[in-house]
Structure formats: C-alpha cells, structure tokens
Design a protein around this ligand. Structure first.
Ligand code: BDP
Length: 696
C-alpha cells in the first residue's frame, strides 16, 4: 500500500513538474499557433545540403530535433537542390568572416549559406530562433557575422568536481569517467553554446591545478574537445605557472630560464599532438597567491611572452589575466591592473590577449569600467564578465545581468574621442586589435537546470548573444530568451521581461546604493558585512572601500585622494571628477561624500542611501507580485522554484537593508527619515545572521 501511494505520488509529481529546465532555451515544444506552424512546416519539409562533415551532421540533427519538436514534422533530405525548401549551402559568401552566415529567400527557397560549415550551423540556429520567437520566415535577407572572434565561457572548475564560486552543483565535467564515458550532457552543453555563438570553453579554474596538463588529464580533455569540435567549440585550459616545477621537477619556473621555456614548448607540443585545434592557455599569474613570473624577479611581459612563444607555432593563444593587485598600503587596488600592464603596451607577442574584468575591482554589481579598456593601444584586451553570481546573491537572488553588461559596453572610454565605447574597443575597432574576445565566467553546474536559479540561464544566453554582437540591447536579448524559454502569452512575456530588466537595479539598491562597493561577506562573498575591518589583507576588508566616518562615506579617487581617476581619458574622467555633477549611481566609487551633502535627487547622501535600501528591498515584493501574475502561464515547476527563491530573496534583501542602515548609522548618527521606519531589529541581531552563512 505504502509503495502504491509512493508511486502514485511520484507519478503525480512527475505530471505537475513537467519542465525541469534541462532543455534551457532550446525547448522545441510544439508551436501552438497553427498558422505559423503550418507556414514553418512547409518551409522545412525538404532539405538539401551540399557538404558533408562532422558539423553538417550535427546541423541536420538540430534541424530534425527542432522540426519534430516545434512542428511535429520530420524533414526529408533530398538530392535535388532546386526542389528542396531549405538549402544549406557551403560556399563563399559576401561577408568574408569564417563564421558569418546568410539566410536568404530565393525562388521560395530558404538558403542558409556560409564560408564554413560552422557559419551555416549558426545560421540554422538563427532560423530556429526565429521560429521559437514567432518571427516570420518570409522574404529573408539576413547577413550576420560575429563582431568578436573568441566568444567563451571560463569554467572555474576543479579536478575534484567542485566549482570555485559555483552555485549550481558540481562540475559538469566528470573527470573520473573521462575519457571512456561521454556524458550526454556534454553534447547538450555544446548545442546550447553553439546556439548562441559561443566558440570556446576554458574547462578549469583560473586557480589552476597543474594536473590538467598531465598526460592523464590531457586524454580526458581531448575526449571533451572531440565532443565539442563539431559544434565549433575549441577547448582551452587554465595553467599553473609553476608547472615546470610541479610536474617537470625543474628547480625553477623562471620564464627566462631556457630549461623552463623548453619544458613549456615540449608540453605544448604534447597538447597539440592530441588536440590539433587546441585554443590555448589562460594564465592567472601573481594574483591572490598564484605563482607567476614575479616570483623570479621577472614581469608579466616576460612570463606571457615565454609561454606565447611555445604556443605560436601551433597558432595557440595566451590569455593573460589582468586581475592582479598587490597590496600597497598607500595605493588603491582600483589602479593596480593599469599600473601593471599599461607600461608593457606593445611589448607582448602577437598571440597574447590581456583579459580584463569589466571593472577595476571585482565583479561588483555596479562598477565603473576598468581603465585598461581605453589604455592598451597595441596589445589586445578582452572582456571578462562574470555570469556566476559571486557578488550578486548566489542562486537565491534573481539578477538579470544583461543591463549591467550593456552599461559597461556602452561606456565611452574617449580613447580616440567620443564614440570609443568599450564595445568598440573589444571589437578591435578603436585600436585595430588582431584578436578579439569576450568571456563569461560560467554559471553552470550539475544541477538539473544547469544554473541553480532557473532565471540565471538568461545570463548565460546573454553572454553568447553579446559576444556575437556587443551592441545588442539587453531588452532585445531578454525578449528572445523569455520567448524561447517560456512560450507564454504576450502579457506574461512582458511581465517576466519587466522583472528581468529591473532586477539588477533592484539588487544594486538594496546592496550597493550610490556606488558603495565590496561590502559583502568576507571570503564567501554572500550577504552584507560592511563591518569587516580585518582580513588576511586590508584590501579584502569592507572598510578599505567604503571608508565611512563621522563626516561621510566613499573612496576619494580624485586628485585629492588616490587619483586613480587619472587613469581614464579626460572625457570619462570629467564625468566622474566633480562631486556635484557625477551621476549618483557612481558617487561613492570616486568621492568621499559628506553624509549631509544634497544630491540632484533633492535628498542628502544619507537619505538617498536609506531610500534606495528601502525601495530596493520593497521592490522585491513587487517582483514577487509580478511573478505571481504569471502563475498558470509558465510551467508549474519553474513557477514554484522561482516563487520560493523570491521568498528567500525578499528575506535577504531585508537583511542587507537593515545591516547596512544600522551599520552606517554608527558613523553618521542620522535617523531613518520618513516615510521609512527604522529597522525593527538591532545591529547585533542582524550581525548574528551572518554566522549562519559563514563557511569558515
Ligand atoms: C575573485 C574570486 C576568486 C577568483 C578571482 C579571480 O573571489 O575566487 O579566483 O576572483 O578572478 O572574484 O581570479
């Protein structure tokens, strides 16, 4: 009886919980609109293809999958090219970009063509997207080419299966099963990435274990590279700079030591023998305790060039990270990367790209841009965004990152006068970079829905779309994603988009208003801890950044302070230098503002902060109400999942609000002004909450 009951219960659960999020935005559920479905079905009924390689196979499979799902038809492959409704045609197209595609209607046929089979695969995904988003397939005349060459995910995955800053389970890569067993998930991963144009993946953590380049692991990496290749995805590895010592038994890893450079050359040859199209190495050197050339009195330039030389014969790349900051008691961490790299501009070998985090500190919810974006004229710099929500509430806060990425990409560096936006810099337009790249630190894991928070899938999707075209708007991308993911009615689509597009500002308001930054829990980076005054390094405390005292709050980066603002070109610097003119959202990034100073909003600094903390926390209630309105319009399992997470988010937003307000009041002794009411709990009570989350 008990078993029967259990069975009945599980069947029941199975029925109500239909969508577990595994299929991401490639759901391919039957299109409800009959007219559209018939129209598309007719256009996909027969296919002709003029090439045959491993990519053509997965391309056809994808069309078949989409057609059986969306249209409930099985397209027929036919030999006669003039009779086919859909033609996939490999051949020279006008746009010379190897990944470009054209989709054109000619004599009632849809012709998808490209210079390579990979370009055609992207074209096919574009056609599928059009069907998923109810766009017309009539009179098509589309040409599209990626504006960035390397569009990548960086996985911060360790060989023991854990993920640094991962909130969606364990690593996707089952190292212990590889190379023999290929989990089908690797294929789903490749499909998802190809559908948004992602063409590279760095498999392992930047805090790299040297094991990844041992013969044992290289065999496993090769197995993954073989799975990803048909989908146009190249594999990269993060490497440990001290590998010649750790693995090779050498006495040193000094980049100028001939034995060391020979060791790397041999290692690289070994890699390419196994994986001829291997992408290259990512290196985090002399940063947060990782080994690097400075351990031997050398420079980043020496280290990067030595490794680049080993990779050059194979056309491999060195992606050298600019995330370096040594504590300088008189310095400002904001300025560290620029100070370290600007001086070497033009001295790096041509197969090196400097990977720069979007902001000068560390993936905060709002940062001004890293000054390096306008500074490196002769050395390509690339964009590193973080998809995993290390500082954005992990997997319990719904934060759509599109608007944040868009804000960064639209920022004008003024490097070559007005219009030198970050997007144009990383597209290689401003300084004519030969290599261009945009990466996202992945938010994927072994959770069934890949990203923990179901809505965080959108951040992965957005990275791919923006890397293809950094000038796309987040509103457009959100529109696509919602339609592809939810297949819901127009009103619910708008509601979900509204929540998404507001969510980043809401999170900013209840955690980091007016440019407060780096006030999260120490080391685990969750929740508020603005009171952290002691840490293994002063620049890991919160106090270092907010500098609250009885007079005011904020980090003075003007001439009177650290003068880090001088690293920007004048157009951008001017936007931030004047405390009376700066946009309030960036105020405390650059100024130590008096608590009682009046802002353009009509409120004092303190009242404005209070208002944002309270309005931000309250806005989560609005998110909940908006989400409640889509009940029955989206899958029930997803609905309940998001509903539950929003409850937690609401609780944690109040925690952030109360902790921040009560803490900063200790300095300014100012009240919480009406219409807001002071927190009902004491500072001590709020401070206690942190201990629940502490992993230490
Ligand atoms: C910081 C993370 C740390 C990473 C580091 C990096 O806290 O876990 O290793 O970035 O990007 O934000 O190297």
């Amino acid at each position: 009886m008990r078993i029967l009951l259990l069975l009945a219960f599980s069947l029941f659960t199975f029925n109500t919980f239909a969508d577990d999020g595994y299929r991401l935005w490639l759901k391919y559920d039957r299109i409800q609109n009959e007219t559209l479905r018939k129209n598309y079905s007719q256009k996909l009924s027969t296919i002709h293809i003029n090439y045959n390689d491993e990519t053509s196979k997965v391309t056809l499979l994808e069309i078949e999958k989409a057609a059986t799902g969306l249209l409930k038809i099985k397209p027929q492959i036919i030999q006669n090219s003039t009779q086919a409704k859909l033609v996939l045609k490999l051949g020279k197209i006008e746009n010379a970009n190897p990944e470009a595609f054209e989709i054109k209607t000619l004599n009632k046929q849809i012709i998808i063509s490209g210079n390579t089979s990979k370009g055609i695969l992207y074209g096919v995904f574009e056609m599928i997207r059009r069907m998923q988003t109810s766009e017309s397939l009539e009179n098509l005349k589309i040409t599209s080419a990626p504006k960035i060459q390397l569009r990548m995910l960086n996985h911060w995955d360790n060989n023991n299966g854990t993920i640094e800053r991962g909130y969606a389970g364990m690593s996707l890569w089952k190292w212990y099963e590889l190379p023999e067993r290929i989990d089908t998930r690797y294929i789903e991963y490749a499909r998802a990435n190809a559908s948004i144009g992602i063409n590279g993946t760095v498999l392992n953590n930047v805090n790299a274990s040297a094991r990844f380049i041992t013969p044992e692991y290289l065999g496993k990496v090769k197995a993954l590279a073989d799975v990803f290749r048909p989908y146009g995805i190249k594999v990269f590895l993060s490497v440990n700079f001290a590998s010649p010592k750790i693995l090779g038994g050498l006495k040193t890893a000094d980049p100028l030591d001939p034995e060391v450079s020979q060791w790397w050359k041999n290692k690289v040859d070994e890699v390419y023998k196994l994986i001829p199209d291997f992408g290259g190495f990512v290196v985090k050197a002399n940063s947060e305790g990782e080994p690097g050339p400075m351990d031997f009195g050398r420079t980043h330039k020496d280290g990067a060039n030595m490794m680049a030389e080993a990779l050059a014969p194979h056309k491999g790349l060195i992606i050298w990270r600019a995330f370096v900051y040594n504590f300088d008691p008189k310095g400002d961490r904001f300025a560290a990367a620029y100070n370290e790299f600007k001086k070497f501009d033009g001295e790096f070998l041509p197969n090196i790209i400097i990977q720069v985090k979007n902001g000068p500190i560390d993936f905060q919810v709002r940062e001004p841009i890293s000054p390096l974006f306008g500074a490196m004229e002769k050395t390509p710099v690339s964009m590193e965004f973080q998809l995993t929500q290390e500082y954005l509430g992990w997997a319990t806060h719904w934060v759509y990152e599109g608007p944040m990425f868009e804000e960064v990409l639209k920022t004008d560096t003024y490097a070559k006068g007005k219009g030198s936006t970050v997007a144009k810099v990383i597209e290689g337009e401003v300084f004519k970079y030969p290599i261009t790249s945009m990466i996202g630190v992945a938010n994927t894991g072994s959770d069934r829905n890949w990203t923990g928070h179901p809505m965080a899938q959108a951040n992965w999707y957005t990275l791919g779309r923006l890397a293809w075209n950094p000038e796309m708007t987040s509103a457009k991308i959100a529109d696509e994603w919602v339609k592809m993911t939810f297949h819901t009615d127009a009103k619910s689509t708008e509601t979900i988009k509204k929540i998404m597009l507001e969510s980043r500002e809401i999170y900013t308001n209840y955690t980091n208003p007016l440019g407060v930054h780096h006030v999260m829990g120490e080391s685990h980076h969750f929740g508020p801890e603005p009171w952290v005054e002691k840490a293994p390094r002063p620049d890991w405390t919160a106090l270092y950044y907010h500098k609250a005292d009885s007079l005011g709050i904020g980090f003075d980066r003007t001439e009177k302070g650290s003068n880090s603002l001088a690293q920007y070109h004048s157009g951008l610097k001017d936007l931030y230098s004047d405390i009376d003119k700066i946009q309030p959202e960036f105020l405390l990034w650059f100024h130590h503002a008096p608590w009682r100073m009046k802002l353009s909003t009509g409120r004092t600094v303190w009242d404005e902060m209070v208002s944002r903390y309270y309005e931000g926390a309250k806005a989560v209630e609005q998110m909940q109400a908006d989400w409640a309105s889509v009940k029955g319009k989206v899958d029930q399992e997803t609905f309940e999942n998001v509903e539950a997470r929003l409850k937690t988010q609401r609780k944690e937003a109040l925690w952030w609000r109360d902790a921040s307000v009560l803490y900063f009041q200790k300095f300014n002794k100012m009240p919480v002004a009406a219409p807001y009411q002071k927190p009902s709990r004491t500072f001590e009570e709020v401070k206690q909450i942190v201990d629940v989350y502490h992993v230490r």
